[in-house]
Design a protein around this ligand. Structure first.
Ligand code: IMP
Length: 422
């Protein structure tokens, strides 16, 4: 039995990964984030209290779990401290938090540059969250990034000075005000003091857990089509939210990984710019947005909404090796009279089921749909697949048939308990 399980977004993010993570956390001893930063966002409700996280693994609310920010994550110390403070104010001591010594730090120049680069892109902007994610990963790969182990050590001062000197050259070229080293250092060295106690070698920690046969849950952020390699480049995030990111972002090799669940919604959504074949810029899209409360947790932006796309889903199944699907919001599509399911694309007059990330292909493909009856009624109390109404079963069965992948979790309502586990 392999005891490392993974939950990934299968489409463009915001699939509601939190719900299935929450369910699987019951078995887990470790919850690990392996990529991205505070560009992610999820809201979790415990005992009537709502917590909005951008950075912390959602497993942190379970006191029996060790919550890890892996080496593949980029960390804005200010945001992390805010999240820790908020939890502590609500009775969670956060003693179960561990931060990889190899995770990179997001610094003020990353955030300034993220906004500036978007401005320069003008009409071709990516629609980033402006949290400094892309520029932080750029520095990591350019080898000028500051890792947590340096951030909490005396090395931080010199490293920061060099980086600010270099970034000021860029800021000057763009006629932006310079950053003052002394100010940034004064503020961030205090953050480093607070975070120091959480920093450790999380990779060896995880391997000890594997040896002890303890269950590890890797929590994906963002999603497959936002992957820097496999997504709709350049309209992607700057990391690998796909399966490979689990290994590079934690130090856990592929042989330890068991179940890989891809999360989808029974419809689809996207935030930011970029192609989206099944998008509904019409009354249907507006209705789905309102029924599904599709507004960003991180940026509050209204999400673009549309139908579920099996061409894209089959691609996500392929590149991640998904062993199962978790489908949220079956109740939401069930409120519509008719539901459409994209089963193929039509590109230059030819019908295809092969997904490609090429921009010309994605912008010029037209969705080929099958239509299903909606009006499921209230399904929030259904606890088994058999209890679902026929129309709902038909929709789910057809998705399984066309993907060859079991739908193991079905979201039937907003609450944590509204889930069918198969
Ligand atoms: P960045 O990750 O802030 O650089 O943004 C790059 C793209 O990824 C933009 O289109 C964002 O809207 C999108 N993005 C980043 N994080 C998330 C997420 O957690 N959910 C959905 N979209 C995201």
């Amino acid at each position: 039995m392999k005891n490392v399980n993974v939950v990934l977004g299968a489409f463009y993010g915001d699939e509601g990964k939190g719900k299935v993570i929450d369910y699987l956390s019951k078995e887990a001893k470790y919850a690990v984030r392996f990529s991205g930063g505070n560009n992610a966002g999820h809201t979790i409700e415990v005992d009537g209290k709502k917590f909005a996280f951008h950075l912390l693994p959602s497993g942190i609310l379970n006191r029996n779990i060790k919550a890890i920010l892996g080496n593949g994550v980029v960390i804005d110390p200010k945001v992390l401290i805010e999240e820790i403070n908020n939890l502590q104010a609500n009775g969670y001591d956060c003693k179960n938090l561990y931060i990889s010594d190899k995770a990179h730090v997001i610094l003020p120049y990353h955030i300034i540059l993220d906004g500036l680069l978007e401005e320069i892109r003008g009409g071709k902007k990516i629609g980033t969250t402006k949290r400094g994610i892309g520029p932080a990963y750029c520095d990591k790969f350019e080898r000028s990034g500051i890792r947590m182990e340096d951030f909490i050590s005396p090395n931080f001062k010199e490293m920061l000075k060099t980086n600010i000197t270099n970034k000021n050259v860029i800021l000057k070229a763009y006629k932006q005000p310079k950053l003052k080293f002394a100010d940034v250092y004064k503020e961030y060295k205090e953050y480093a003091k607070i975070l120091k106690k959480y920093v450790c070698d999380t990779t060896s920690m995880l391997h000890k857990a594997i040896k002890n046969n303890e269950n590890i849950l890797c929590e994906g952020a963002q999603a497959t089509l936002l992957d820097i390699d496999f997504g709709s480049y350049p309209y992607v995030t700057s990391s690998n939210p796909t399966i490979g990111g689990v290994s590079t972002g934690t130090g856990i090799g592929a042989k330890y990984i068991g179940e890989v669940y891809g999360v989808i919604k029974a419809y689809s959504s996207r935030v930011g710019e970029g192609p989206y074949v099944t998008e509904q810029i019409n009354e249907i899209g507006d209705t789905i947005r309102e029924l599904g409360h599709e507004y960003g947790t991180t940026t509050k932006r209204p999400r673009r909404c549309g139908w579920l796309d099996l061409v894209a889903l089959n691609y996500a199944i392929m590149v991640n090796g998904l062993t199962g699907i978790a489908m949220n919001h079956l109740d939401t599509v069930g409120k519509l009279d008719k539901i459409k399911l994209c089963v193929a694309y039509k590109y230059k007059g030819k019908v295809t089921t092969d997904f490609r990330t090429n921009m010309d292909f994605l912008y010029n493909s037209e969705a080929v749909y099958e239509e299903f009856d909606g009006n499921f009624g209230d399904i929030s109390n259904c606890k088994t697949f058999d209890e679902l109404p026929e129309n709902a079963k038909k929709y789910v069965n057809r998705i399984e048939e066309l993907t060859g992948t079991p739908i193991k979790f079905i979201g039937t309502g907003a609450g944590r308990e509204n889930i069918i586990v198969r």
